[in-house]
Design a protein around this ligand. Structure first.
Ligand SMILES: Cc1cc2nc3c(=O)[nH]c(=O)nc-3n(C[C@H](O)[C@H](O)[C@H](O)COP(=O)(O)OP(=O)(O)OC[C@H]3O[C@@H](n4cnc5c(N)ncnc54)[C@H](O)[C@@H]3O)c2cc1C
Length: 376
């Protein structure tokens, strides 16, 4: 079985490993000519942690995390809206969630692939599918034939565009900034803070570092005239400590800025022996910290569904049905949380905060366990 995967993000790399475990011949085509081991922190929840273990990622590579408790939720003045200690976990925290530099996860996945799996500098332009197979054509003029094509080419997926021309990324109405900085973790409480139209999150990551992120309602592509750091320092000026201290030690060059998008859930993904995986199929806003986790989950489910089936095309439809059922509610839930997080009307903010404070711990636990419960 010759497999072509488009895109060497976390989804494409995970799928590559998963299908090599079945003995398939896999090539991954990536549009960039070098690896962009970019990004800030990445929450890896239990479902993806189990997925990474399924992919054979060594425990040593997954130990680089400093989470000591679940995240708290606070108001911009520092008042607590939820107490993570009230949620009783059936597992140690390190088995529930870990926070890694994104590059750590990418490196671990890359190391697990057979040599020369990834072909860099090849941007897919189009593919054709006939009864005898699939041909992918790249911007370099290179063409390749395969038995199975997986579009893991992210939210702006060319493969999805060709399968579903009407599915386009939807701007969520807010921008996210992220960075990892050396910082005394003892000064920080892991969690997220909500204020009118804005949010700020901080999590311990690696030894003596903090991962922070901020979101703010804004039109897309609105870059700060005086730099993103200055903008954030002004925007979060009166928020609780140590937000200003975290921003102060962050160089402008370390700040990643992304407008936040998702796609409306699709009812079908692929056709014939072409399918989708990761953000190409189920891009969600980052409000549950599950986008990459779901890409990893999809890779393992794809492997297991193909392994247990006698017909590849039918297996792909079964994989899609399973994954659509799992990811559609998450896309919707992420949208809802994102919208609520951007409220600015004082009555709405008061209502939201009261609601969060009165949410029973049992309900929070139930919701969390539902997300983390995975059947590969
Ligand atoms: C602010 C923010 C915070 C987030 N935090 C978290 C978190 O804490 N936890 C979590 O699980 N998720 C998080 N996510 C989501 C996560 O980043 C994504 O869901 C995940 O990276 C998707 O992986 P992917 O491989 O599907 O897509 P991508 O990472 O987008 O990879 C797609 C790859 O395909 C390549 N490509 C694109 N087009 C082509 C083409 N035509 N030909 C060849 N190659 C192509 C791209 O260059 C890229 O390498 C966050 C997202 C954002 C925006």
């Amino acid at each position: 079985m010759n497999v072509v995967i488009i895109g060497a993000g976390i989804g494409g790399l995970s799928a590559g490993i998963a299908l090599q475990q079945l003995g398939y011949s896999v090539k991954i085509y990536e549009k960039f000519s070098s690896f962009k081991l970019l990004g800030a922190g990445l929450t890896i929840w239990r479902n993806a942690l189990l997925g990474l273990r399924e992919l054979g990622i060594a425990e040593a590579a997954l130990s680089d995390s400093s989470m000591h408790s679940l995240a708290s939720l606070r108001n911009w003045d520092g008042a607590y809206l939820s107490d993570p200690n009230a949620v009783s976990l059936p597992l140690p925290i390190t088995e529930v969630v870990r926070v890694f530099p994104r590059a750590t996860v990418q490196h671990s996945l890359l190391d697990q692939l057979a040599p020369d799996t990834v072909q860099l500098g090849q941007a897919l332009e189009t593919f054709t599918q006939t009864d005898t197979g699939i041909t992918a054509t790249f911007n370099t003029g290179h063409t390749v034939n395969c038995d199975l094509l997986i579009g893991a080419d992210g939210i702006h997926s060319k493969v999805r565009q060709q399968l579903h021309p009407h599915s386009t990324p939807v701007y969520a109405g807010y921008t996210a900034w992220r960075a990892i900085v050396p910082f005394d973790q003892a000064q920080c409480v892991a969690g997220e803070t909500w204020g009118p139209r804005k949010r700020f999150g901080m999590f311990p990551i690696r030894h003596d570092h903090m991962y922070w992120y901020a979101t703010e309602a804004a039109p897309a592509n609105e870059y700060a005239a005086n730099g993103e750091k200055k903008h954030l320092q002004q925007s979060f000026a009166d928020w609780h400590a140590p937000i200003q201290d975290l921003l102060a030690v962050t160089p402008d060059s370390a700040i990643l800025r992304n407008d936040v998008y998702d796609i409306a859930p699709l009812k079908t993904w692929g056709t014939g022996n072409v399918t989708l995986l990761g953000d190409a199929a189920h891009a969600m806003t980052p409000n549950l910290g599950q986008g990459a986790c779901q890409a990893i989950e999809s890779a393992v489910v794809l492997r297991n569904t193909l392994r247990d089936a006698s017909n590849v095309t039918q297996a792909l439809r079964a994989y899609e049905a399973k994954r659509i059922k799992r990811t559609t509610p998450m896309i919707k839930q992420c949208r809802q949380i994102g919208k609520m997080g951007q409220w600015h009307n004082p009555a709405g903010v008061f209502l939201r905060n009261t609601l969060m404070q009165s949410l029973p711990a049992g309900l929070q636990q139930k919701q969390l366990l539902k997300t983390l419960d995975v059947a590969f």
